[in-house]
Design a protein around this ligand. Structure first.
Ligand SMILES: [Fe+2]
Length: 318
């Protein structure tokens, strides 16, 4: 008589089956988290920032200088609960300035969405924006963005520097054009800027711009000496985005797009350069985030009208 063996599996095949099942379950779980949960868990990151970089007593109720909110990589295509939550948080915080560090949009059809989003923010708070690579890629020009920002007490800074008066003091903000799709030019941006006591902040969508700053600042210094003009007060803080914090970080691996350079997220402090903060941003083009929750950064500048210089110490933190 022949023995029926249908359905019987060897222990090895059974173990392999459960391993594959376990891995598939873990991948499915990670995907569900990365698509359905993590993109909607916004972190509000506070830092008090002075000439020596960020300090740990951020979030203190006593404000000295202007408070600045950074919104990066919104990639707005609709106004959802995340955006409403962010607007609510900002309106409670009552900042002195809101900066948008690029990739606010990645499709022309979303221009009316940005118009509605800007209208939700306090009309009295100045809003300054720089262009990102995605705006250019989508065929959105500086003038498209300017039209929307200017009707919401805002400006788009493309190689341009402005001094903003806030209730907590003056701030100089310089915006560079995008590194990948534009023509960043710090010398042009600072052409008319002189030495002044206001803290100076640089907005640059791609953090790789930080590695060009040393040469740009040296060039400006040489030109000013040749012209017999005083040097502009250098920026003490650079705010960037673009990387999405790696966006999908698994097995210790992080991928960042061209234009990120050696930067991924958080703080980078080096001697002779402005402190750099790279935001993880808020939105995405491909709707998944793993190990990089959306982030709204809030900076409280130390002191009122205190001139600041790049940090003397070399530190880096995430
Ligand atoms: Fe970008």
């Amino acid at each position: 008589m022949k023995r029926c063996t249908r359905g019987a599996k060897s222990p090895t095949v059974a173990n392999l089956g459960s391993l594959v099942g376990g891995v598939s379950g873990a991948v499915a779980g990670a995907m569900a988290w990365g698509v359905g949960i993590e993109p909607y868990r916004v972190a509000y990151r506070h830092a008090r920032v002075g000439p020596q970089g960020p300090s740990t007593n951020a979030g203190s109720p006593t404000r000295e200088g202007p408070t600045i909110v950074q919104l990066s990589d919104l990639h707005l295509h609709r106004i959802g609960p995340v955006h409403e939550e962010i607007v609510g948080h900002i309106s409670e915080l009552r900042p002195d300035l809101i900066v948008f560090t690029g990739d606010t949009l990645h499709h022309r059809s979303a221009l009316p969405v940005l118009e509605r989003f800007l209208a939700l923010l306090d009309a009295e708070v100045p809003k300054l924006a720089v262009m990102g690579n995605w705006e250019y890629a989508a065929g959105i020009g500086k003038h498209d963005m300017e039209r929307l920002f200017e009707q919401a007490t805002g400006m788009v800074l493309v190689n341009r520097s402005v001094r903003v008066g806030t209730p907590a003091g003056l701030v100089r903000v310089t915006g560079l054009d995008d590194l990948l799709k534009g023509k960043p030019d710090l010398a042009a941006a600072l052409h008319d800027v002189e030495e002044e006591p206001a803290p100076h902040i640089l907005l640059a969508h791609c953090p790789a711009q930080q590695d060009r700053l040393r040469a740009s600042l040296r060039g400006i210094e040489a030109d000013r000496r040749a012209e017999g003009r005083p040097l502009p007060t250098p920026p003490f803080l650079t705010l960037s985005g673009h990387t999405h914090g790696g966006q999908v970080n698994v097995f210790g691996l992080t991928w960042t797009p061209k234009g990120s350079g050696r930067y991924v997220r958080g703080w980078y402090l080096e001697r002779g350069l402005p402190g750099l903060f790279v935001s993880r941003g808020i939105g995405t083009v491909i709707p998944i985030r793993l190990g990089s929750t959306p982030e709204v950064a809030i900076f409280e500048l130390e002191g009122r009208d205190s001139s600041t210089r790049p940090p003397k110490t070399r530190r880096a933190s995430q």
